[in-house]
Design a protein around this ligand. Structure first.
Ligand code: ADP
Length: 408
């Protein structure tokens, strides 16, 4: 420094040091700015400044990478533009609370739409920067890509749901197997006991011809029952393995109803049958043997479950594109909660009135399967202690409608 007036020299020295101090300050500031930039740009999470109305003001590389937009493209958009509509309401509600000073910061998991239209799950943490006066300036958003975690969570949830479904199916199968063993052992055994008892008597003792005939009739009835039960069990197995097939042909449903009722009439002296059959019923494409099986089942139930007798009405009518058949009895009926359950295998209503009535609980599940294979539907209505109605509908096609109109 030059050798001058000491006072001047002190002032110059002061200025000189202030200058250096200023320079150091600026350098420190620049260094700090550089560091902030580097931190901002190289952060492993997305960071952004967002205006109060939602425009991106400043975004780092990582955020651009997560959302798939360039820096410029993102600055031309708002966060609302790229937020999944299902998450927007929750996000805006948080923003409102932040502006109202109810929250200092909020965090949420939400979805953004990437530029290519795919969805990315992110964890968002937002805080608000205010002026010293308290006026809101902008938001600072920190965005983490959590799509991998979400994918794993989703996979785990799916696996769990699948496991629960499998366990439920297995439990249902176990229950079915238990019912199968209980019913088969009970029903088969009682029927066999009858056969063994009557045939034993015939073997050990001498009876007159009338009595022999009576015992033979009892043995025959039990053997027929056993045969039906075996058929039902086999049908159920075929149904479960998808091996039940139809042999369709053109069927006059009224004739099938007549055949079934004629077959049933002699088996029950306690019941009368009333037929109300529509004369303009078209022919339908169906498996006649299977429909005979359906009607035999519904009619024998109507007989079985009206043990005091009464009228059994069978109606047929045309209902739009369907033929509708209804079988009504005046028997014991069913409680409302049983009306759907009775169509599942082995379900029997355990009320006092039915305890002595023999059955396996298989008939209606097979009936429903046959009707569904014909693209029809079956359902029951009932007034407990007053009777039941079983309805089934079967579709008719336009071509069958034409055939029918020339036939009837
Ligand atoms: P099963 O008669 O061999 O028990 P089904 O599958 O044919 O088997 O019937 C299931 C159950 O539905 C019966 O156990 C009975 O409780 C009830 N059910 C069926 N038809 C009638 C009916 N017409 N009236 C009252 N209950 C009935």
């Amino acid at each position: 420094m030059p050798d001058q007036d000491p006072q001047l020299s002190t002032k110059a020295q002061k200025l000189y040091f202030e200058d250096i101090k200023q320079q150091q300050l600026e350098e420190a500031l620049q260094e700090s700015e550089r560091r902030f930039r580097a931190t901002f740009e190289q952060a492993a999470v997305g960071i952004a400044h967002v205006s109060i109305d939602g425009h991106w003001l400043l975004v780092n590389k990582k955020l651009c990478h997560i959302i798939g937009y360039t820096h410029e493209e993102l600055l031309a958009r708002t966060f609302q533009d790229i937020t999944h509509p299902d998450d927007l309401e929750a996000d805006l509600a948080f923003v409102k609370r932040l502006l109202a000073n109810e929250l200092q910061t909020y965090s949420m998991e939400k979805r953004y739409f990437r530029k290519n239209g795919t969805v990315v799950w992110i964890n968002l943490t937002v805080s608000l920067v205010r002026e010293t006066t308290g006026m809101p300036l902008y938001f600072i958003s920190v965005v983490e890509d959590i799509s991998e975690r979400k994918r794993v969570e989703e996979e785990r949830a799916q696996l769990l749901a699948h496991e629960v479904e499998t366990r439920t199916t297995l439990q249902a199968l176990n229950r079915l197997q238990d019912s199968f063993i209980a019913i088969i052992s009970h029903e088969f055994r009682t029927t066999l006991t009858g056969i063994l008892g009557f045939s034993g008597l015939l073997y050990e003792q001498t009876f007159d011809p009338e009595e022999v005939k009576e015992f033979a009739a009892d043995i025959r009835a039990d053997a027929q029952r056993l045969n039906r039960m075996i058929d039902d069990v086999l049908d159920l197995e075929r149904m479960k393995s998808g091996q039940m097939t139809l042999t369709p042909g053109l069927v006059d449903l009224n004739r099938t109803i007549h055949t079934s009722v004629d077959h049933m009439r002699p088996t029950t002296p306690l019941h009368t049958f009333r037929l109300e059959l529509s004369e303009s019923l078209p022919l339908i494409s169906a498996d006649n043997d299977k429909l005979l099986q359906v009607l035999a089942n519904l009619l024998s139930n109507a007989i079985k479950y009206s043990p005091l007798g009464g009228e059994i009405a069978v109606c047929s009518f045309l209902e739009g594109d369907f033929v509708d058949v209804c079988i009504c009895d005046q028997g014991i009926g069913m409680p409302a909660e049983a009306l759907e359950l009775i169509f599942t295998p082995y379900s029997r209503i355990g009320v006092e009135e039915t305890r002595h009535i023999k059955g396996t609980g298989l008939g209606l599940s097979i009936v429903r399967q046959i009707i569904q294979m014909h693209h029809g539907q079956i359902w029951a209505t009932s007034i407990h202690a007053h009777g039941s109605q079983f309805h089934f509908i079967l579709p008719i096609t336009q071509s069958q409608r034409r055939i029918a109109s020339t036939e009837y």
